[in-house]
Design a protein around this ligand. Structure first.
Ligand code: TXA
Ligand code: MG
Length: 348
């Protein structure tokens, strides 16, 4: 398949009138699939009303069919056609966070949207992305746009058009390059169909920010306990794993260095994922600094790029520092634990 590549400056005005956006929107209306930037990660968009378009998304990513997609909108009024009522707390969250990195699960109107997009569920996850290119593209189509992250299933989500290209070139109709995404981890998914909102996936909007708007929320118990089946179907899959096995390490820098030394004595190549402050401390075959320890947003922003970078280093094992679960640090640790297959080594 021929994959078109468009470059767009997200800061220009009248984006909707740009030929790149018009061309991409035309392809979406023809039920082709196109990757576009959002403020969290790049998405792979398709017409959410079309089984044909949605099937192409699953096919291109190699995504399991039981994992529903997030529906992206550019105006709140778009909800009316497919959402069965907006609960009060959902309305408050929409007013506060949209456009932004919060996905809200609603009850769906029967018979609306492609059943493939919602994996046959009676609920639907929706968000309004905070990115001028995404908003212009969605507006131009006038459609609800189903969009999972634009990576090959199982790989880290793409935070640049290059990542999308690496994973999906030749498998999709186009890629809009709008520069690097900002937040770097996916949106927070919150279920607002019950009396108390439940966070199904930690992400760009933090628990602290959400509770400041709607009061106490619950966390899906599956987030803390691997034995419980998550309510968000996608959360059960292993994700984000680099090619070499990754271990999270809770302890001192000396303890982590000792783990590296043991592997290297065996002739193995060891890498370390650390923060800028600690890069100079470690001796290993690859030492990658990912943001700054005291600023979880900077770690989130470069996390997936760093995980992808390890694959170019031809390592046998990777050790990673753990990060404080503060603010977006909660999402960072959720993704790292998945990338590590839940392997955590603690210093005695
Ligand atoms: O930031 C994001 O959310 C990005 C950008 C592209 O918008 N999208 C994204 O999509 O991360 P994806 O497909 O990689 O993750 C969607 C998550 C999955 O865990 C899925 O199971 C969950 O949302 N989800 C979708 N519909 C749901 C529903 N009705 N109930 C519960 N979880 C749902
Ligand atoms: Mg994804």
């Amino acid at each position: 398949m021929d994959t078109k590549f468009w470059s767009v400056d997200k800061f220009v005005t009248n984006l909707e009138d740009y030929p790149q956006i018009s061309e991409a929107a035309a392809l979406l209306k023809e039920n082709e699939v196109v990757a576009f930037p959002t403020e969290t990660v790049y998405g792979l968009g398709g017409n959410a009303d079309s089984d044909t378009a949605v099937a192409k998304i699953f096919e291109a990513k190699g995504r399991p069919a039981d994992n529903p997609l997030i529906i992206h909108i550019a105006k709140k009024e778009q909800l009316d056609s497919f959402v069965d009522g907006v609960p009060e707390k959902a309305g408050m969250l929409m007013d506060h966070f949209w456009p932004g990195p919060l996905t809200i699960v609603f009850n769906k109107k029967a018979g609306q949207l492609s059943a493939k997009a919602t994996a046959g569920l009676s609920t639907v996850a929706v968000r309004m992305p905070d990115h001028p290119v995404a908003l212009a593209l969605i507006k131009k189509t006038g459609l609800p746009i189903a969009a999972p992250s634009a990576n090959q299933s199982g790989k880290p989500s793409p935070t640049s058009a290059q990542h999308v290209h690496d994973d999906l070139y030749g498998r999709i109709s186009g890629i809009i390059d709008g520069g690097a995404t900002g937040v770097g981890v996916e949106s927070t998914v919150i279920d607002c169909t019950g009396p108390v909102p439940v966070i199904l996936r930690p992400g760009g909007a933090t628990v602290e920010q959400i509770e400041a708007v709607v009061g106490k929320v619950q966390l899906d118990p599956a987030l803390a306990d691997q034995e419980i089946a998550p309510k968000s179907p996608g959360m059960k899959y292993q994700h984000y794993a680099p090619n070499a096995p990754l271990y999270l390490v809770e302890g001192s820098r000396d303890f982590l260095q000792e783990l590296i030394n043991e592997k290297r004595k065996l002739g193995l190549k060891a890498g370390v994922l650390t923060t800028e402050e600690n890069v100079a401390f470690f001796q290993a075959d690859a030492v990658l600094g990912c943001g700054s320890r005291d600023k979880p947003e900077t770690v989130a922003s470069s996390l997936y790029d760093t995980l992808r970078e390890f694959n170019a280093k031809d390592l046998d094992v990777i050790f990673s520092e753990v990060f404080p679960r503060i603010g977006v640090g909660e999402a960072v640790m959720n993704r790292l634990m998945k990338a590590a297959g839940q392997r955590l080594i603690k210093e005695e």
